[in-house]
Write a protein that binds this ligand. Structure first.
Ligand SMILES: [Cu+2]
Length: 169
């Protein structure tokens, strides 16, 4: 009985996501891809990257949340005087029919203390909140990848192609 209820909930969640993609004929605002990379150690934050495709009107992404994580922040890496630092990002523009990308070396999510069950399941359900339609939320399950050099943490610094290596595993 309990399993059935969970299955029904999963179907309902999926249906909500499906509506976002298929409503109407033109481009719809949607989160089209993304993943989370765990930190090198459990106390370090995980990093999240994703791509949003814009709908007919420009909007802004104002928050990303996850019930199964302690904290999620939007950040942007910026270079100042040759030094790269991260700054909190309050909002990010999604152009009409355009793209917003959170990717390595630029905008990214930092996610603290992801629930162990979500890590074991290999995905973290996240809600993306936009300025249109009274803060419309788009739900997206972010796949979770292990830390880039879990097996070579001592060597440090070698982060080129880390994402690709982690993907192939
Ligand atoms: Cu950051």
């Amino acid at each position: 009985m309990k399993a059935l209820a969970i299955a029904a909930l999963a179907v309902a969640t999926f249906a909500i996501g499906g509506c976002q993609e298929n409503l109407g004929a033109g481009p719809q605002l949607n989160v089209v891809s993304g993943y989370i990379q765990m930190g090198a150690t459990p106390d370090r934050p995980a990093v999240g990257y994703f791509t949003v495709e814009g709908g007919p009107q420009p909007v802004e992404l104002v928050a990303v949340t996850a019930d199964l994580a302690q904290r999620v922040e939007m950040h942007e890496s910026v270079r100042e005087n040759g030094v790269v630092t991260m700054k909190p990002l309050a909002r990010a523009a999604v152009p009409a029919k355009g793209k917003l990308e959170f990717k390595q070396g630029g905008k990214h999510l930092m996610i603290w203390h992801i629930n162990g069950a979500a890590v074991r399941a290999g995905k973290l359900p996240m809600a993306f909140v936009f300025t249109n339609n009274n803060n419309d939320r788009i739900l997206f399950d972010m796949p979770i990848k292990p830390a880039p050099d879990a097996g070579a943490a001592d060597h440090g610094g070698m982060d080129h192609d880390a994402g690709e290596g982690a993907a192939k595993k």
